[in-house]
Design a protein around this ligand. Structure first.
Ligand code: UDP
Ligand code: MG
Length: 312
């Protein structure tokens, strides 16, 4: 079988409304590249007709299409990991099914790879998301950079290209909750970023609620940094030191000035602040411990119910 030059991986979750438009654009875009490619759709347990649409599309283009069907919803990143584990291409591109990033821009990523980069991230030219998401993501970018040292201008954009070496390293990682672009960034030798187009979702609605976005960011931070835990040890030391000084001060006043009254409410304010900090610290500890618990159980990351592919 001729070697595959490009694998394109698309996770699909309840995208029945947009799949027809996706098929209509992605195949011409990839045909135009003039490469031997394969298109891998990973159906992440959709509850709508997505799986049937993918199967029908597989019948149309069995030569270049492969479909991996999950038997439940395991999340976008695990869907992409399944694609990584099964892809054959020298280069691998990931893309969302909602056409927010134009498939016609894939050639920009490949051009950057031609220049010797083994990981190409992307920056959305013009964000079309709601304003609060815009600000939240800027704040998050700053925090992530400080905590993990990972430079990613636009972490929400999944149109990215990975070299085979990076994909192989990612395939060796067994962690359950991960953030693929950050993992790739750590493994890549010459990462770079290019600017790509960005549009409104073509159909259907975003699968990420505010809650799941927050979860994803916890995965990102806890998966790549111990700094939050270390900050709390530092904070604990600082607070102990300060309260030690306060004790010396109060003891001194007691000896010199005799018994004093007052300050009860200041004490409460201080106490509540410290209780709040302690709870935050325990919660943070819980984030890490919970992840350790998930990892030690060693459950499968995803379960594949079927793979539709053309056997050469
Ligand atoms: N997706 C998935 N599993 C999920 C949630 C999302 O495979 O549990 C897919 C979804 O079908 C889409 C991509 O991940 O192809 C990105 O999702 P979405 O566009 O909803 O995210 P947003 O662009 O709003 O961040
Ligand atoms: Mg989207």
């Amino acid at each position: 079988m001729p070697e595959v030059q490009l694998s394109v991986i698309i996770p699909v979750y309840n995208e029945e409304a947009g799949l027809a438009a996706l098929f209509a654009r992605i195949y011409p875009a990839l045909d135009a590249l003039g490469l031997r490619y394969e298109l891998i759709f990973v159906n992440d347990g959709s509850r709508d007709r997505s799986a049937a649409l993918l199967a029908a599309q597989f019948e149309q283009r069995p030569d270049v299409t492969r479909v991996i069907l999950f038997n439940g919803n395991f999340g976008q990143h695990r869907a992409i990991l399944a694609g990584f584990a099964h892809c054959r291409g020298e280069r691998v591109v990931t893309l969302d099914a909602d056409l927010q990033n134009p498939p016609e821009d894939i050639h920009l990523l490949l051009a950057a790879m031609d220049q010797g980069h083994d990981y190409v991230g992307s920056i959305r030219r013009q964000r079309q998301d709601a304003a609060w998401r815009h600000w939240a993501s800027r704040a998050m970018n700053h925090l992530r950079h400080k905590l993990t040292g990972i430079v990613m201008t636009d972490q929400g954009c999944m149109l990215r290209a990975y070299g085979r070496n990076v994909v192989q390293l990612i395939n060796q990682c067994n962690e359950l909750n991960t953030f693929i672009p950050a993992l790739a960034y750590q493994f890549a030798q010459h990462p770079t970023e290019v600017v790509v187009g960005h549009e409104e979702r073509s159909a259907g609605e975003s699968k990420y609620s505010l809650y799941s976005l927050a979860r994803l960011n916890f995965d990102l931070i806890t998966g790549f940094s111990l700094v939050p835990l270390q900050l709390f040890s530092m904070l604990g030391m600082a607070v102990s030191l300060l309260s030690g000084l306060l004790f010396v001060l109060l003891a001194g006043r007691r000896l010199i000035l005799g018994p004093e009254e007052g300050g009860t409410f200041t004490l409460f304010a201080l106490l509540f602040l410290l209780i709040g900090l302690a709870l935050l610290g325990i919660g943070l500890l819980g984030e890490y411990v919970g992840r350790i618990y998930q990892e030690v159980r060693q459950r499968p990351r995803y379960v594949i119910s079927a793979i539709l592919e053309h056997q050469p």
